[in-house]
Design a protein. Structure first.
Length: 455
C-alpha cells in the first residue's frame, strides 16, 4: 500500500503511487517499440503550472507519459527504432540539484532515471529537443505527442520541416509527422485485468465516499464541506486525490453541469448533487449521486429521481460486447423522453420528441464517455464510416443520464430548480458488463431510509 521511503533516501516516490508494476510499463513500451518501423515516438515534457508566486499546482504528468513509464516528475520521453544512437527508451529529466531539492524534495535525476524507470538512455531535460533533432535524421516517421504548449508544438513541426528540407542533400527517407495520440489511445481504450483491478479499487473507494455523505450531509452544511468529506475518503483510502474537480451542488446549482465553486450552504427541501471520483494508481472513478439534503425527496423530486434512475438502469442493461457505443444513450433517451411526456413536460410521442431533440433543454449531454487514466478517457467513439464503434471486453464507460430544470425553465413550477444526475462506471465483460461502482447506493427507498437515520 502506502510505501515508506527508506530513511534518509527519498522524499519522493518518483512513480505513480499504487500504480502498475515496472514490468507492466516495460511491456507497454515494448509494444510501442514493436510497432515503430524506422520511427520515433516523442512525448514532450509537461511543465509544472504556476498557482501563485512561488507556488505550483500539484503536478500531473502527461497521461501517455504516465502510461508508458509512470514518472511523476516533469520529463520528456522518447521511444526510438530507427537505427540512431539512442534507439530504445530515452528519458529526459530534471537534473539533481541540491538547491531545488532543499525546497521541493528529491529528483530522480539523470542517473536515477535508468535504474528507476528502466531507461536505456537518460539525459537532462534541456537537451530533449536537440536529441530529437539528431534522431530525426534517421527516422521516417515521428509520432509526436501534441502538447498543450502550442509554442512547443510549433517548434517540433518546424524541426520536422527543417529535417525534410535537409534531406535532398543529406539523404534519407521522407519524414512524416504523425500524432502519437491515436496509436496509444487504441491500446489505452482496452483495459487489461490489472488495469481493471485499479479501476475497481478507485470506484470502490469513491463509492464509499458517496455513501458516507448519505450519513453526514445536513441542512446548513456547506458545499465545500461536502467536497472535503468525499475527498477525505479518497485520500484516506489510498487515492492521491480526486480524478477531477469535485462537484458538490445544492439546489439549482445542480443544473450547472460542471459546477465546481462549491461555496454555498445546503438547504432543507433541496437536493444535493455530488459528482466525485478518486484517482487510484493513475486510474479514475467518476460517480454521481443526487439525494435530499433533508430526510426525503419531495414528490416532484421523487418523480424525476425515479425517472433518471429508470433511464440509467435501461442504459446499463444495454452494455455488452458487440453493442454499439451509443446504445446506452439511446436507451436512456427513450425512457427519459417517455417520462417527460407522462409528467406533462413534453407533448407528442416519444420517437418524435427524440427525433426533434425536444428533450435537449433538460438533458443536454451524452449518456457516456470512456473512463480510464483520464476521466474523459481516450478512444474512438466512431468507426471510419462514422457509425458508433462496437463495445468490446475491457472497455470502460460511464453511464450518467440526468435531468436539469433551471430555476427559470419552462416547466411546471414544482420541477424548477432541480438537477439530477446518476452516474456509474461500467466495464464491458466477456458476456455483458460489470458495474465497478455498484457499492454506491442509489435506490430511492434505500437512500431515504439512510437519510432518515442520519437525523
Ligand atoms: N465528472 C465529469 C463527468 O461526469 O463527465
Ligand atoms: Mn462522467
Ligand atoms: Mn461525473
Amino acid at each position: 500500500m502506502l510505501a515508506q521511503p527508506p530513511p534518509g533516501m527519498l522524499a519522493s516516490h518518483f512513480m505513480t503511487l499504487n500504480g502498475p508494476s515496472p514490468a507492466t510499463f516495460a511491456a507497454r513500451r515494448q509494444r510501442v517499440l514493436d510497432a515503430l518501423d524506422s520511427a520515433v515516438l516523442f512525448i514532450p515534457v509537461t511543465e509544472e503550472a504556476v498557482f501563485a508566486n512561488d507556488v505550483h499546482y500539484a503536478f500531473r504528468p502527461d497521461t501517455n507519459t504516465r502510461y508508458l513509464c509512470g514518472i511523476e516528475e516533469p520529463a520528456s520521453l522518447m521511444l526510438s527504432r530507427c537505427g540512431s544512437d539512442c534507439d530504445g527508451f530515452s528519458l529526459f529529466v530534471r537534473p539533481r540539484s541540491e538547491q531545488s531539492e532543499t525546497w521541493t524534495g528529491k529528483r530522480v535525476g539523470v542517473d536515477g532515471a535508468k535504474n528507476t524507470f528502466g531507461a536505456d538512455h537518460s539525459y537532462p531535460g534541456d537537451v530533449a529537443l536537440e536529441t530529437l533533432r539528431r534522431t530525426l535524421k534517421h527516422a521516417r516517421t515521428l509520432h509526436y505527442g501534441f502538447s498543450r504548449d502550442h509554442n512547443l508544438n510549433r517548434e517540433v513541426a518546424e524541426m520536422v520541416h527543417q529535417a525534410n528540407a535537409e534531406r535532398p542533400r543529406e539523404g534519407g527517407a521522407p519524414l512524416v509527422l504523425a500524432d502519437a495520440a491515436p496509436l496509444l489511445a487504441e491500446w489505452r481504450q482496452i483495459k487489461c485485468e490489472a488495469e481493471l483491478a485499479l479501476m475497481r479499487k478507485a470506484a470502490e473507494i469513491s463509492a464509499q465516499g458517496h455513501n458516507e455523505l448519505l450519513a453526514r450531509a445536513h441542512p446548513g452544511m456547506n458545499e465545500y464541506e461536502v467536497q472535503a468529506i468525499v475527498e477525505y475518503r479518497f485520500r484516506a483510502s489510498g487515492c492521491l486525490g480526486p480524478a477531477y474537480g469535485t462537484i458538490a451542488a445544492g439546489g439549482d446549482r445542480a443544473t450547472v453541469l460542471h459546477y465546481t465553486r462549491n461555496e454555498f450552504a445546503l438547504r432543507d427541501g433541496e437536493l444535493l448533487l455530488v459528482d466525485a471520483g478518486g484517482e487510484y494508481g493513475g486510474y479514475c472513478a467518476d460517480i454521481t449521486r443526487t439525494f435530499p439534503v433533508g430526510k426525503a425527496y419531495t414528490p416532484a423530486q421523487a418523480d424525476l429521481y425515479d425517472l433518471v434512475l429508470a433511464a440509467q438502469h435501461a442504459a446499463i442493461d444495454t452494455v455488452a460486447p458487440g453493442t454499439p457505443f451509443d446504445a446506452p444513450h439511446r436507451a436512456a433517451l427513450k425512457v427519459l423522453t417517455q417520462g417527460l411526456i407522462s409528467l406533462g413536460i413534453l407533448s407528442g410521442d416519444a420517437d418524435t420528441c427524440i427525433e426533434s431533440e425536444a428533450y435537449k433543454p433538460y438533458y443536454m449531454h451524452r449518456t457516456s464517455h470512456w473512463l480510464g487514466m483520464d476521466v474523459h478517457d481516450v478512444g474512438r467513439y466512431r468507426n471510419d464510416s462514422g457509425g458508433p464503434i462496437s463495445l468490446v471486453p475491457g472497455m470502460v464507460l460511464t453511464v450518467e443520464p440526468g435531468l436539469y430544470f433551471r430555476a427559470d425553465a419552462d416547466v411546471p413550477e414544482h420541477y424548477r430548480g432541480i438537477g439530477i444526475r446518476i452516474e456509474d462506471d461500467v466495464a464491458v465483460s466477456g458476456n455483458g458488463h460489470v458495474v465497478l461502482s455498484s457499492d454506491a447506493i442509489k435506490e430511492r427507498r434505500e437512500i431515504e431510509s439512510l437519510r432518515a437515520r442520519a437525523f
